[in-house]
Design a protein around this ligand. Structure first.
Ligand code: FES
Length: 360
């Protein structure tokens, strides 16, 4: 056992860094500018799984479906939860590492205080929150990343996906970050933001984090968004279209009722600007009036059922999915049943953090 920092080597790339004994392996790696695959940062998705080839870790808390006791006995750990307990640790990441291209700057998470520029409901349950970066903060991110919100008395911090796409160099085009925040009945963070966030107030944010990204794929892309899962998809798709992605990109956006739709203006603008992009909203709980003189723009039903009904062939497609865990699971299974290869289904989900009794 050690109380001293550990020297950690990521054997996939040969990169090394120092990890304090009270810091998760992932956090120290990201702070050192070393990319490690990750998603939830809450011990719930398994993306950051690594084999400990040498050394010891304290596993911390994790969900059993993210890492099993058997895997821990075999020497695996989740880097977002595990803290070092030996002077030297050698890790082999299970999921692919995205090595930085030559000359590419590392994206380093930082913590800063932002001023709330706008906070207004866009549906009965979704708040649109816009914050301004303080002058002088240098901030870079990849499309699809998220920020953690440090809120008074609420632990652990809650991540929300950035809606904007970065500029080509990773900077934020106009100095503002926006988020869509669903109020969950027992969600301490979402309730705090809905109840207290107002223009002129301040919020402490930390990030960016996350690995959700537009797939590297030479073919059509289907994007499936469940409610505020739209945020990372908007960011990723917008950047890809601006980069000249040449294949068709189709988005299905699922909400329960028409009054829960939001960001349709952004989607319509994107479709107008990029003819290869099409989108359709689908309502899962609202009956649609019989077709009138104008074509009804909404589909009806759950996305997995729509894919089945349409007999959609996804064998040449990549699929992006973001939303609640249940939505993501159902859509990913349906996409694979329609022929999508498992390694071409990219998911992002709002996974819980901490033991279930503490989870929002
Ligand atoms: S379990 Fe570590 S990032 Fe999700």
């Amino acid at each position: 056992m050690t109380k001293d920092p550990s020297n950690v080597t990521v054997t996939n790339t040969g990169e090394t860094y120092v990890c304090p004994e009270d810091t998760p392996l992932l956090d120290a790696a990201l702070a050192a500018g070393i990319h490690m695959p990750h998603n939830c940062r809450g011990g719930a998705c398994g993306t950051c799984k690594a084999k400990v080839l040498e050394g010891m870790v304290d596993h911390g808390w994790a969900m059993s479906f993210a890492i099993t006791d058997e895997e821990k006995e075999q020497g695996y750990c989740l880097c977002c939860q595990s803290k070092p307990r030996s002077p030297t640790i050698r890790l082999a990441m299970v999921n692919p590492m995205h090595a930085r291209e030559a000359g590419e700057e590392a994206i380093l998470p930082a913590e800063f205080t932002t001023e709330i520029v706008a906070a207004h409901p866009v549906t009965p349950t979704v708040l649109r929150l816009v914050v301004g970066l303080p002058a002088g903060v240098s901030f870079r991110f990849r499309a699809g990343m998220n920020m953690e919100f440090e809120l008074p008395g609420i632990e652990p911090p809650r991540p929300y996906s950035i809606v904007e796409a970065p500029a080509a160099d990773g900077t934020l085009p106009d100095g503002q970050l926006s988020f869509y925040i669903t109020r969950h009945p027992k969600g301490r963070a979402s309730n705090w933001l809905h109840d207290h966030a107002q223009p002129g107030g301040t919020l402490t944010l930390r990030g960016p984090y996350g690995d959700f990204a537009f797939p590297r794929h030479d073919g059509p892309v289907l994007a499936l968004a469940g409610s505020t899962g739209l945020s990372p998809i908007l960011s990723a798709v917008s950047r890809a279209l601006e980069d000249g992605f040449a294949h068709p990109v189709r988005l299905l956006f699922s909400v329960r009722e028409r009054k829960e739709l939001f960001a349709c203006d952004l989607l319509a603008r994107l479709a107008r600007r990029h003819p290869t992009f099409t989108w359709q909203a689908t309502l899962t709980r609202e009956a649609i009036a019989s077709p009138g003189p104008q074509e009804n723009p909404f589909a009806r039903g759950r996305i997995p059922d729509l894919l089945t009904k349409e007999s959609t062939d996804l064998s040449t497609s990549a699929v992006l999915v973001a939303g609640s865990p249940a939505f993501v699971d159902a859509c990913a299974a349906a996409a694979q049943a329609r022929g999508a290869a498992a390694d071409r289904v990219v998911i992002d989900s709002f996974l819980p953090r901490g033991p279930v009794s503490q989870v929002e």
